[in-house]
Design a protein around this ligand. Structure first.
Ligand code: GPV
Length: 797
């Protein structure tokens, strides 16, 4: 008997004895708790730590977000004990899938950026790439989304680990102290001493990340802690209230995840979170490095600090501060270490998401860091002066300066302080160089790279789509979960009628399963024969859910006008959250829900058209939707979506992409073959032209009857219970501003949707395309991304 089997059986005996029950009497909740505890023990016992550093350094992945999703099923699978546990449960009349539903998703992220970090941790552990994930232990994850009576988004707190979350350890031995505010004393020359006004403790919580047949490594999350920092000196001085306010600051620090995606709010508390995250992580990295008997000079030889966007940018001046003030290194020595240690990944070009902090605020909270940043800025000034001639200088400095107009530009700080900068899909990386940082590209040759994003096949195929996985197991020689390129082996089967039938039957079965979820969640009975057309992602104008919305309205109107006309039945599924302060995105959610209510209750739409908005999009819901998708909506305005990762998950699971030439869609189309996707809309170049000629959305509104009728339906009360003004802001924005060229792409999108319907009618050709998507997209495994990071960026210095 395996040691796990023994552990399982003896622990179950004890667990039941303590509770005076038989296993058959355990509730689902108790089963979950029991299995989670046993699996944690098994992880600790059976998985090795500390993989060797052969050709790469150890990766310290700094991210404000890790959207890990449920862990138990994943851990059981990666431990190789999923079937054993399932059998034990079956003997007691239980189903493992139901038990796993008991786990609450840790929603410690907003969207793609946080989920990418989770996929990368999985891949690094699976490839035995030494790594630690550093993040924050938010008490409240991303808000829960409810849909109100009028179709509007409502928000509720998500106290994800309040009652019971067993898969984490409090590491009391790793506590850190972090200072804020106060004074800096200039001692002499380069020597400064920071006297913070107050200090906050950071407590570490470790979540072990279990790789597939690999190693376990920590995701280390810091939480603000507020007991010992109660300022008794101030208390005794009688300044009680002031002392208490500091205590409140400490515990508030990591209370909530900021719910913005691709958008900076600029709140002081967020900057404090960022610094707290970085200060704790840098101290922890140095502690481990020095404990192994290595010198500070050797830091870049053994460690790399990967910055997940600019949110942890302040780690750069923080490492400088520690090297200068604590270890008393010279500026040159400290900078030489620092600038070989950091690497920066850019995840957006959107101006509203490029972080800039008010310089006065930074100076107040982090007075030592601002001095360091000023010095970095001055040194940069010399470099730019040397590289650019007099005519070029003003423009080059305007682009590259870290400090400009009382702002600290965090992306610039990252580029200057890192040895490597990368974008997340080829087109995006090209735009980073050509549009965002041309002057830097000239100044720092060889610094800019591309690493196209990827997704972990363990969660997004093996776990989410067990039926497809079983089919792949049958037909693929070798372990495709560890080497996704092996899926190429099924390419020749794409035309094989028997394989097509099996593949199609699985899709149908997954659609039935999603139909059940939809009925449970929103009480809508859906037509399982319809095209399942899916748009699941954060709500954002640039992602253009409003384009999808307008096409649905136009389709509805067309069916109304031609009741006799045959229609290829379609179910549009949406899921996603909007930032609570993002008014237009919330309007779009409400419009979709109102439209859904009208369409789903209209007898004329029977068997033709349905719309489902599934509330509270999260990782566990994505796992249920993705395997059931026929069509994947990737319709952002070209140039705006850095990469996308949902596009990869959906395509690998056999959905046909309807998309623009944006982000990783470009590469998906190349790999799948242009005939196996449907591309529409303006390109980066044609958007440039459109704008150069003075884009006027109103012209499209006036000239296109179908478009005008669709938009007008938003102001005639049809989808708002007679309220003609509910969507005024949305409609005004579309007709008069349309910053993401929705109207300019409408006709082309509508034609693409008609093309989808046409193709779907030829099921043989459709299934062939779907199979080819699965077979040819192995490159979008996050294992490939991690290997790219290893060879392009993390190789030993
Ligand atoms: I910056 N992304 C995100 O989810 N939140 C952010 O704040 C920022 C970027 C996303 C991009 O929008 C996606 O295109 C990309 O696939 C993802 O990051 C991972 O790179």
């Amino acid at each position: 008997m395996s040691s796990f089997q023994t552990l399982l059986e003896t622990s179950l005996k004890t667990y039941c004895e303590e509770r005076f029950v038989q296993p058959e009497q355990l509730t689902d909740r108790q089963w979950y708790q029991f299995i989670a505890e046993v699996s944690q023990q098994a992880v600790l016992q059976s998985f090795p730590h500390n993989p060797p550093l052969v050709s790469t350094r150890k990766v310290n992945y700094l991210s404000m977000e890790f959207l890990i999703g449920r862990l138990l099923g994943n851990n059981l699978m990666n431990l190789g004990v999923y079937d054993q546990v399932q059998q034990l449960l079956a003997k007691c009349g239980k189903n493992l899938v139901d038990i796993l539903e008991q786990e609450r998703d840790p929603s410690l992220g907003n969207g793609g950026l946080g989920r990418l970090a989770a996929c990368y941790l999985d891949s690094m552990a699976s490839l035995s790439q030494a790594a630690v994930g550093y993040g924050l232990h938010y008490q409240y994850g991303l808000f829960k989304q409810l849909i109100g009576y009028h179709g509007e988004q409502l928000e509720r707190g998500d106290a994800w680990n309040r009652d019971f979350y067993p898969q984490q350890y409090h590491r009391a031995d790793l506590q850190q102290k972090v200072g804020f505010g106060g004074q800096v004393v200039h001692l002499q020359d380069d020597k400064y001493q920071w006297q913070p006004e107050w200090e906050i403790f950071g407590e570490a919580f470790d979540l072990p990340v279990v790789g597939y047949k690999g190693v376990q490594q920590p995701l280390r999350l810091w939480q603000g802690y507020s007991e010992t920092d109660f300022d008794f000196a101030v208390f005794n001085d009688g300044d009680y209230l002031h002392a208490e306010s500091r205590v409140i600051d400490a515990s508030k620090l990591t209370k909530v995840l900021y719910p913005n995606d691709n958008h900076q709010e600029g709140k002081a508390l967020r900057l404090m979170q960022q610094y707290f995250h970085c200060a704790c992580s840098i101290a922890d990295i140095l502690r481990q490095h020095l404990a192994q008997g290595r010198s500070l000079e050797q830091l870049p030889e053994f460690e790399v600090i990967q910055l997940n966007d600019t949110h942890p940018a302040i780690a750069i001046p923080e490492l400088m501060r520690v090297l200068l003030d604590q270890y008393e290194l010279s500026w040159e020595k400290a900078w030489s270490i620092c600038s070989k240690t950091f690497a920066y990944t850019n995840h957006t070009l959107l101006p509203e998401a490029l972080e800039q902090w008010d310089q006065t605020l930074v100076a107040k909270l982090l007075p030592r860091h601002i001095i360091i940043i000023e010095r970095i800025n001055n040194e940069l000034h010399h470099l730019v002066k040397a590289e650019f001639n007099e005519d070029e200088f003003a423009q080059a400095w305007y682009e590259t300066a870290v400090l400009m107009d009382n702002r600290v530009r965090m992306a610039n700080l990252c580029v200057v302080g890192s040895f490597a900068v990368n974008g997340v899909a080829q087109i995006h990386s090209d735009l980073v160089v050509s549009d965002l940082f041309p002057a830097y590209a000239r100044l720092f040759k060889g610094r800019f790279h591309n690493v196209t994003n990827g997704v972990t096949p363990r969660r997004w195929i093996r776990q989410a789509n067990p039926a497809l996985s079983a089919l792949l197991d049958q037909h693929v020689k070798g372990d495709w979960t560890k080497d996704l390129e092996l899926l190429r082996q099924i390419e020749p089967l794409a035309k094989d009628p028997q394989f097509q039938r099996a593949y199609q039957a699985i899709k149908q079965q997954n659609k039935q399963a999603l139909a059940q979820v939809i009925e449970q969640e929103i009480g809508l009975k859906v037509n399982g024969e319809a095209i399942f057309d899916i748009q699941i992602k954060r709500f954002h104008e640039y992602k253009r859910q409003q384009l999808n919305l307008l096409n649905i309205i136009a389709t509805y109107q067309e069916i109304k006008a031609n009741p006799e006309q045959a229609v290829v039945p379609r179910l549009f599924v949406f899921a996603g959250k909007a930032a609570p302060g993002y008014f237009l995105a919330k309007q779009i959610i409400q419009a979709i829900n109102n439209l859904a209510a009208t369409i789903n209750s209209d007898p004329d739409m029977q068997g033709k058209l349905q719309v489902a908005f599934l509330p509270d999009y999260r990782v566990s819901l994505a796992e249920k939707i993705i395997p059931a998708a026929d069509v994947s909506e990737q319709i952002s305005l070209a140039g705006k979506e850095a990469s996308g990762t949902g596009n990869m998950k959906l395509a690998l699971n056999g959905a046909i992409t309807i998309g623009t030439l944006d982000g990783a869609n470009v590469e998906i189309a190349e790999f799948a073959g242009e005939e196996n996707v449907v591309i529409f809309g303006h390109t980066v170049e044609s958007v440039r032209e459109l704008r150069a000629n003075g884009y006027n959305p109103r012209e499209y509104y006036e000239q296109d009857d179908v478009l005008r009728n669709a938009i007008d339906a938003l102001t005639d009360g049809s989808f708002a219970n007679g309220d003609q003004h509910r969507y005024d802001a949305l409609v005004d924005n579309l007709i008069n501003h349309d910053p993401f060229c929705t109207l300019a792409d409408f006709a082309s999108y509508r034609a693409a949707q008609q093309e989808i319907a046409k193709r779907y009618q030829n099921q043989t050709a459709w299934v062939e395309s779907a199979i080819l998507n699965t077979a040819r997209l192995g490159a979008f495994s996050s294992d490939r991304s991690i290997r790219d990071y290893q060879t392009r960026i993390w190789k030993k210095a």
